[in-house]
Design a protein around this ligand. Structure first.
Ligand code: UDX
Length: 466
């Protein structure tokens, strides 16, 4: 098959690389020349500046020039194409609707080139990025308006999680294909035949609208599940003595029907998908007069989680943030990434600054540079109070309290660093329950306030609670 992948962000580049690894001829197209130049160089350091996924640069090095090619010019690559995957940015508007500006611009361009091709073989244009329900039919109308001959459309949503995108793309749980015509189903079966032969992948063919809806329902369900644990499970542990949240989680998820994933209570879920997709589904459902209270609650619980530990420190521990120096560990939205999109740390840091802290000493093993861009003082002058340091130890040194905002593995060993660098009753706000031996710290007089537990103040412990 000859495949064009239009858009070389995280979804497009991973898809292009893995499709070419499976033997298809793939041309990854993007109008950003710098990006295409970096990918074509095969230089891992340059590739990860744009898309940092374990294993991705290795595949690109291996297949580039054999099955995988890069281009910034549609006219050069359009002839003889069987499938075009659209992997374009679809950012949210303020009202939750989806901004299709980039998508539409690229689509018009592709339609124009498809109209002008000489080879009139069947081509199917596929939505891979998350787009509102009904976008495949919009895609078809743009192709028709441009008088593109012998072209079909499909919806084939992407479900990859960051950090594990390459192995998941090689062995996906499911491949969802929504088409209106049999010949287009057959083309996509040929694309995916090599993936599904070797693994237990569910291959589901349906209507384009159902395929589009599957992505939204999956992501909002995952976020709602996390919000259930944060809004109910964690609160039980925080309000009722002797509830041990970790045991609660183990007991509940021992039921095979209840997922372990998502049961880890946290200071909110972030990333490029969950917040955007739930806001979009709320918007889409409201337009067809469906009550969206349940999704709104799930969204609100998640947003509240990002800041409420600061308020708990004030209310439950009497801590005053004014003029204090706070160490913040974990800036990206989760471990093993430098992605700051919708990271909980953003709201937490804004709340800390709003409470008058004098400085923030911030550290993330991968995301310091990305955070520097996110917390640009031109957006909020208070961001000048953030200093970026190169270790957890140096963030904690000289600080008055610690806020752990993501689940980087290295934070699990923090108790020794805390003992070495901070004097009790130093306050530890743990948004991810990252300190397994917190009881030792509490016995030594430190104050431990975590998602899912009552505040544990050194002098008053230890009997029960966490
Ligand atoms: C998610 C979906 O998993 C993926 O299928 C979809 O295509 C894109 O969105 P991703 O954004 O990479 O993937 O992150 P994921 O690993 O799902 O985590 C999302 C957020 O939830 C993170 O902030 C994570 O730390 C948080 N989380 C996850 C919890 O708070 N508790 C958990 O138990 C699991």
């Amino acid at each position: 098959m000859k495949i064009i992948v239009a858009g070389t962000g995280y979804v497009g580049l991973v898809h292009a690389a893995v499709c070419s690894e499976f033997g298809h001829e793939v041309i990854a197209y993007d109008n950003d020349e710098k990006k295409i130049e970096a990918f074509s160089s095969g230089d891992a350091d340059r590739i990860v500046q744009y898309v940092n996924e374990p294993g991705l640069a290795d595949i690109i090095r291996k297949v580039h020039g054999k099955h995988l090619f890069f281009s910034t010019t549609l006219a050069d690559i359009i002839e003889g194409t069987d499938v075009i995957f659209l992997c374009l940015p679809t950012p949210p508007n303020m009202d939750g609707s989806t901004n299709l500006t980039y998508y539409d611009a690229a689509l018009e361009d592709i339609a124009k080139h498809l109209r002008e091709r000489n080879d009139l073989r069947r081509v199917v244009v596929v939505n891979k990025s998350t787009v509102p329900i009904g976008t495949a039919s919009h895609l078809k109308s743009v192709l028709d308006r441009n008088k593109v001959e012998n072209a079909g459309v499909a919806s084939n949503p992407e479900f990859l999680a960051e950090g594990t995108a390459v192995p998941e793309a090689r062995k996906p749980d499911r491949i969802i294909v929504g088409c209106n015509e049999d010949q287009d189903f057959i083309l996509l079966q040929r694309v995916y035949s090599k993936f599904v032969h070797h693994v237990q992948t569910k291959y589901i063919e349906t209507s384009p609208e159902t395929a589009e809806a599957i992505k939204y329902v999956a992501n909002t369900m995952l976020l709602t599940y996390i919000s259930f644990w944060n809004g109910i499970g964690a609160k039980l542990g925080e309000k009722i003595p002797n509830i041990k949240i970790d045991d609660l989680r183990l007991g509940v998820t021992a039921d095979k029907r209840i997922s372990t994933w998502g049961s880890f209570v946290s200071n909110g879920a972030g990333g490029s998908c969950f917040g955007k997709d739930i806001a979009s589904l709320i918007y889409q459902l409201r337009r067809v007069n469906v009550d969206t209270k349940m999704l709104e609650a799930s969204f609100e619980v998640n947003e509240n989680q990002k800041v409420y530990l600061v308020d708990r420190a004030i209310n439950e521990n009497g801590f005053q943030f004014n003029n204090k120096t706070i160490a913040v560990l974990g800036l990206a939205f989760k471990k093993n990434t430098n992605d700051m999109r919708d990271a909980s740390s953003i709201k937490a840091i804004e709340r800390l600054l709003g409470k008058g802290v004098s400085s923030i000493r911030a550290y993330d093993p991968l995301a310091n540079e990305a955070a520097r861009l996110e917390f640009n003082p031109s957006r909020n002058v208070l961001f000048e109070k953030i200093q970026y340091v190169d270790s957890a130890r140096s963030a904690i040194e000289g600080s008055d309290a610690l806020f752990i905002s993501s689940d980087c593995e290295e934070f699990r060993g923090l108790s020794r660093t805390i003992e070495d660098t901070a004097v009790p009753p130093y306050l530890i706000l743990d948004g991810r329950r990252m300190i397994p031996d917190f009881e030792i710290l509490v016995k030594k007089g430190y104050t431990y306030l975590a998602v899912g537990s009552m505040v544990l103040e050194g002098a008053k412990v230890p009997t029960a609670g966490a």
